[in-house]
Design a protein around this ligand. Sequence first.
Ligand SMILES: NC(=O)c1ccc[n+]([C@@H]2O[C@H](COP(=O)([O-])OP(=O)(O)OC[C@H]3O[C@@H](n4cnc5c(N)ncnc54)[C@H](O)[C@@H]3O)[C@@H](O)[C@H]2O)c1
Length: 395
Amino acid sequence: MKPVTNKKPFKVGMIGAGFMAKLHSLSMNNIAGLTDDPEARFDLMRIVDVNEASAKKEAERWGWKEFGTDWKTVTRDESIEIVDIATPNDSHCEICLDAFANGKHVICEKPLSIDSKTAELMARKAVESGKIHMVNFTYRAWPAIAQAKKIIESGAIGQIRHFEGHFLQDHNNDPTIPLHWRFKKSSAGAGALGDVGSHIIDLSRFLVGEFDSVSATMQRFINERPLVEDRSRKGAVEVDDFTNSLIKFQNGATGTIKAGWALPGYKNDVFFAVIGEKGSIRFSWERSNELQYFDSSDPAYLSGYRSILLGRAHPGAELFWFPDLGGESSVGVTAQGMGYGEAFALTFSHFVDSLKSEKSASPNFIDGLRCCEIIDAIKTSAAEGTWQQVHLAEI
Ligand SMILES: NC(=O)c1ccc[n+]([C@@H]2O[C@H](COP(=O)([O-])OP(=O)(O)OC[C@H]3O[C@@H](n4cnc5c(N)ncnc54)[C@H](O)[C@@H]3O)[C@@H](O)[C@H]2O)c1
């Protein structure tokens, strides 16, 4: 008999056993089976949540060895190397600072924090710690989006003229959804802008570049919601349901970014078009296995967007369900389809790459800080009705 593996897995502790715990646990459990890398594996040591029953449930179904209620039992446990944070936004800062002070690598959910002041402190401590730090802006790793970045970098669409982006959903148009943490300024920082807008802000920086200034409007459609603890009473919603921003990028391109979660008809649409001088690229998560590409140099009789279906030719997709058939084209099978779970698995595979190489992760805490700085500028612009310069702290 031979042992299956003698490789040492990365020992991880998770804080927050809500929605995200499912995707993170799924990814960490499956990573070994997706990559050919025998070192890409996690030991799920402990999961904690203020709600003990949630921690117990996630521990039981995903195979976490222990569960508890106190996050310090993760950040201060010497046997744990990595802290994975998936709690509401206002708790990220304190937990991250304690994790870095105790020598841990950290993967933290987005947005990094509720404002740029705390995010700046987190980014500073992350850099000073010398440890790996990553923010889970999940969509960067998506093969269609990683391919869009490659196309832009190849010069195929030329100089970027405009970015049109949105992340729009409609589920919060239901007024019976109670007043949970996402609807309060103190726990969320911002509403749709921070929750879904942070993703499209990150993608716009990833694909186009750094922001110069913003001009925005914010709207709230549902002003009161039933209290979580007593649904017969209502409390005030404090955040935006929809934020609409005009952008000037430092490189001269302009953009629009919309973030909304109560817009009927939009289910989960992470959308962007990057329009350059020679062509353009379009993507929508509602058709997430496609990338649209337009080349101005096509003859007129072929002129139009082409749909490129995801397959192993696209960055990251080779980890999934597209067998290599050994042909010279290396195309293999395409269009088997990938989804939300695979997006998280890809982020975790990038996290493993950084842990192994000790090279900075992408996106890291500085990217998380930049997003918070942009959110702050958008909020100020909407409150004051003026264009706002985005302040970029030096780290
Ligand atoms: N990357 C993505 O695409 C994505 C998607 C959804 C949510 N998120 C982010 O993930 C984070 C969590 O969101 P969610 O949807 O899982 O929320 P959730 O409400 O489903 O879960 C949060 C959990 O944290 C627990 N919690 C709260 N304070 C805690 C504390 N101090 N210590 C331990 N546990 C605590 C709660 O009891 C709850 O179980 C947020 O920052 C959110 O913005 C990211």
